[in-house]
Design a protein around this ligand. Structure first.
Ligand code: ZN
Length: 285
């Protein structure tokens, strides 16, 4: 091979990849997040279909919600996902109108999560739960309930470590194991992940993308884990409310009764103010 044959070969391969990516981008234009900048498309190996077809979910009862996807249909389960490796997490959700996303981290916890789910159900609102695998282990029924009630479950690692202090192998185990238990209890693998403490690094972005997940941070931190008082949490949400805002709260990791009570106050107020509390569209169409 001469010196200039190699670049030509690589160039045409690169063009073919770009053409493929453009086609996928067009097909995915219904997804909110396809417009975000990124690089290095990653193809995730898709698990083999469960015997009995994609509808077969052992231990899960069918629900009207699950039979009618919230926003558009994803690809067939056998189709590969394409996820970009980002250099920073998403901090807010794009979209029109007064849309906000409520997120609850570190759970599930049987002492608090059911009450948060009750309030969300009372107001017919969907939210996101970034769960830790070790918390899911004893509370799989709560993830099944989240699925039945239309909530989105994201990956918050297995044991909530500081990822920036871990090697790639450990980061991968923390994330992959959590994807597995989410799939087992929620019925599908997560499309979103959030680094504990908001401490992201390149390895976390890369491994997250390989596992088919988008990194989502937050816009407004209620700091509810410091138990600042229910009124303070309510006030922080009220003050931070704006179109596209992602709110961070916690449903585990200590006494979260203030977080539970605050939701009961700020949720109806946000709705009265015309906010549409929802979950982000899947990043692929
Ligand atoms: Zn956390």
């Amino acid at each position: 091979m001469t010196k200039d044959q190699l670049p030509r070969g690589l160039l045409s391969r690169r063009r073919a990849l770009l053409a493929g990516a453009a086609a996928l981008g067009a097909a995915g234009s219904a997804g909110l997040f396809t417009t975000f900048a990124g690089d290095e498309p990653v193809r995730r190996a898709t698990p083999a279909p469960i015997a009995g077809g994609p509808q077969a979910r052992p231990g899960r009862k069918p629900s009207a919600y699950r039979l009618q996807p919230l926003m558009g249909y994803g690809p067939p389960k056998a189709a590969p996902r394409r996820t970009l490796v980002r250099r920073a997490p998403l901090l807010r959700v794009p979209g029109r109108g007064r849309t906000m996303v409520l997120t609850f981290d570190d759970g599930p916890d049987a002492r608090y999560t059911p009450y948060i789910l009750d309030t969300l159900r009372e107001y017919d609102v969907r939210a996101m739960f970034f769960v830790c695998g070790e918390m899911v282990a004893g509370n799989k029924d709560l993830l099944a309930r989240m699925a039945d009630e239309g909530h989105v479950v994201g990956n918050h690692t297995w044991s909530h470590p500081l990822l920036t202090r871990l090697g790639r192998g450990r980061i991968r185990r923390e994330m992959e194991r959590t994807c597995d238990i989410i799939e087992e209890s929620y019925g599908e693998r997560p499309s979103w992940f959030r680094a504990p403490y908001g401490a992201w690094n390149r390895a976390a972005f890369q491994i997250g993308a390989e596992l088919g997940m988008e990194p989502l941070a937050w816009t407004v931190d209620t700091l509810d884990w410091t138990s600042p008082g229910t009124r303070t949490i309510v006030e922080r949400v009220r003050h931070g409310a704006a179109p596209g805002v992602v709110v961070l709260s916690h449903d585990a990791g200590g006494d979260r009764s203030q977080s539970v009570r605050a939701l009961r106050t700020y949720l109806p107020r946000l709705l009265d103010a015309g906010y549409h509390l929802t979950v982000p569209e899947r990043h692929y169409a």
